[in-house]
Design a protein. Structure first.
Length: 277
């Protein structure tokens, strides 16, 4: 998919992977709409894009608020008249600990941001894409989705697992009506970000997310900018056979491009090195 001249909406664009995705999309010629709650951080993202001669606007948005997501769509349509790419990146990992000890309100907050926020954005933007018979939705996977259980982060893990299946289901529904719109899921692996650092900011949380602590101490996380670059590799090989697929960190995208027919015939849903061996 060539995104030059396309309109790309990125949620969670105020920092981390979302910011780097917005920058990378702009470098490849996209008109980027940055959405997140923190307006001052969104302005920083847009300023960085404009310093590189890219085009971007920002719309402060809480993805858990249907009215605000509706306003985001309205602002995009007012400015550009179309949406070509929606990247659902906004996420939360506040509820950390044993499932029988976690604060219920924090647990529901993570579910609401991670899962319901993704659904709300899809529900708001997809009718436009379906009507145009063109567009791409990329949903963000994470710990607990394609990677298996994520002890200590049950709300986050449950949300990401649901997002993977939701993406698969979206693809089936789109194919059922003969739509050219696509939906895929990406898992960048462990990323050192505000979200991951903040998830272990107390001794109790660190005890339950020891694997996160280990990654941070080894400093072996995937840099947010590499996640953005990897996403661009995915866009270069996207084809109808990949609709609904989830792509894990380390996917060999050149090999994916060579084996599109096999992926479809064998219905490989989660793509990584081992499944293509």
């Amino acid at each position: 998919m060539d995104i030059n001249g396309k309109v790309a909406v990125v949620t969670g664009a105020s920092a981390g992977v979302g910011r780097e995705l917005a920058l990378e999309f702009a470098r490849h010629g996209a008109k980027v709409v940055c959405a997140a709650r923190r307006e001052h951080k969104l302005k920083e993202t847009v300023d960085l894009i404009e310093k590189e001669s890219g085009e971007a606007i920002y719309v402060p948005t809480d993805v858990t608020d249907r009215a605000q997501v509706g306003n985001l769509f309205d602002e995009v349509m007012k400015k550009y008249g179309q949406v070509d790419l929606l990247f659902n990146n906004a996420g939360s990992l506040k509820a950390v600990g044993a499932s029988w000890e976690i604060d219920i309100d924090e647990w529901w907050h993570d579910i609401t941001v991670d899962l319901l926020g993704t659904f709300t954005c899809c529900r708001t933007f997809l009718p436009h894409m379906v009507e145009r018979n063109s567009g791409l939705v990329i949903n963000m996977d994470g710990g607990g989705g394609t990677t298996g259980p994520f002890g200590g982060g049950s709300a986050y893990a449950s949300s990401k697992a649901a997002i993977v299946r939701f993406t698969e289901t979206l693809a089936v529904e789109l194919q059922r009506i003969g739509s050219a719109v696509m939906a895929v899921c990406v898992n960048p692996g462990f990323v050192r970000s505000e979200l991951s650092v903040g998830s272990v900011d107390t001794p109790y949380k660190a005890k339950w997310l020891q694997e996160v602590v280990d990654h941070l101490e080894r400093n072996d996380g995937v840099p947010p900018e590499r996640c953005a670059q990897t996403t661009m590799k995915l866009l270069k090989v996207l084809a109808s056979q990949l609709n609904g697929r989830a792509f894990k960190n380390g996917t060999d995208y050149e090999r994916v491009a060579r084996e599109l027919d096999r992926i479809q015939q064998e219905n490989l849903l989660v793509l990584k090195y081992s499944q293509l061996d």
